[in-house]
Design a binder for this molecule. Structure first.
Ligand SMILES: Nc1ncnc2c1ncn2[C@@H]1O[C@H](COP(=O)(O)OP(=O)(O)O)[C@@H](O)[C@H]1O
Ligand SMILES: [Mg+2]
Length: 291
């Protein structure tokens, strides 16, 4: 256990306690706007949305990176987000995960959790997992140890000091290993994996925490065609059990996984529909060809 990890565990554990306290003291366990009970760790999707953004805006030095952005995602949905560089895709993920505060607008997780009231660590603890573009696995640890670590981090520092995986943990670990197709590589050092395998391992680490919503920023960038195809399969198995928001430029990948596609441009939604619909949309064609 490194000091870094202990710190991370402590941060998460206290975030969770604060979260519970916040819901108790500010709303008596109920959200004022809806009167529904708020249970940390549970998301109310009775209204058919796991994520809801309305009129969200943020400016950096006077430049509006996100401009009255509205969008929602259904439970279990796999939503693809496309759009030219600078459209605001990564900034949107920064807002959802609490890394960036918007100047205006509404961001809800389910129908009761106002994400703008929470900090980045609290939001992660609530079940929103984020995969950044570059893989960030622990290269000197084995595949197994990386996944085990993700489990420990989730349990908080006190629990993790005496951590022994119980049978439910072992089952979960085995299931994740199968899902990410690394069951044959459990004892390999993560540093020896291919770029694609490292990306899958990192997704596996997120899965160990059983996130309700997964945000993935350009997950197949730098992958071989075969790795890209296997990643498409992986995402198709994840959808339904988790909600996914996937930002990608690779259109063959989008084609393989997409139902509904949202096109972002200049910080707002330009078009939404099937991939075919948005690809035939005049405004979308103009945005892509006009560059
Ligand atoms: N922290 C920041 N400070 C200043 N400008 C930023 C910051 N984050 C993003 N931007 C700007 O906001 C715009 C949207 O960026 P980004 O969300 O990264 O776009 P995308 O991911 O769609 O390529 C870009 O013009 C970018 O330069
Ligand atoms: Mg980006």
């Amino acid at each position: 256990m490194t000091p870094d990890l202990m710190e991370e565990g402590a941060r998460r554990a206290s975030a969770y306690a604060r979260m519970a306290a916040k819901d108790r003291t500010e709303s008596g366990g109920r959200h004022a706007a809806t009167g529904r009970p708020v249970v940390p760790g549970e998301v109310d999707v009775a209204h058919g949305r796991i994520l809801y953004l309305e009129d969200v805006s943020v400016s950096f030095d006077g430049f509006r990176a996100i401009n009255k952005l509205s969008l929602d995602i259904a439970p279990g949905e796999l939503r693809c987000i496309i759009g030219p560089n600078g459209a605001g895709k990564t900034t949107m993920m920064d807002i959802i995960t609490g890394k960036t505060r918007p100047d205006a607008g509404t961001v809800f997780f389910g129908s009761t959790i106002d994400l703008l009231r929470y900090k980045e660590a609290e939001i992660a603890q609530m079940g929103i997992g984020r995969k950044f573009q570059k893989p960030t696995v622990f290269e000197q640890l084995t595949v197994y140890e990386n996944l085990e670590l993700a489990l420990k981090t989730d349990k908080g520092v006190r629990a993790s000091m005496f951590f022994q995986p119980d049978s439910a943990d072992s089952d979960r670990l085995a299931e994740v290993l199968r899902t990410i197709q690394l069951a044959d590589s459990v004892n390999r050092l993560a540093g020896t994996l291919s770029h694609g395998q490292k990306q899958w391992l990192e997704i596996g680490m997120l899965l160990m925490q059983d996130p309700k919503l997964l945000l993935l920023d350009e997950p197949v960038a730098g992958m071989t065609d075969e790795e890209t195809a296997r990643t498409a399969e992986l995402f198709l198995t994840l959808k339904g059990q988790h909600s996914l928001m996937v930002v990608e430029h690779d259109m063959s990948f989008i084609q393989a996984i997409s139902e509904k596609v949202t096109v972002l441009h200049e910080g707002s939604v330009l078009a939404e529909g099937t991939l075919e619909q948005v690809q035939n949309d005049e405004r979308v064609i103009e945005v892509y060809l006009g560059r």
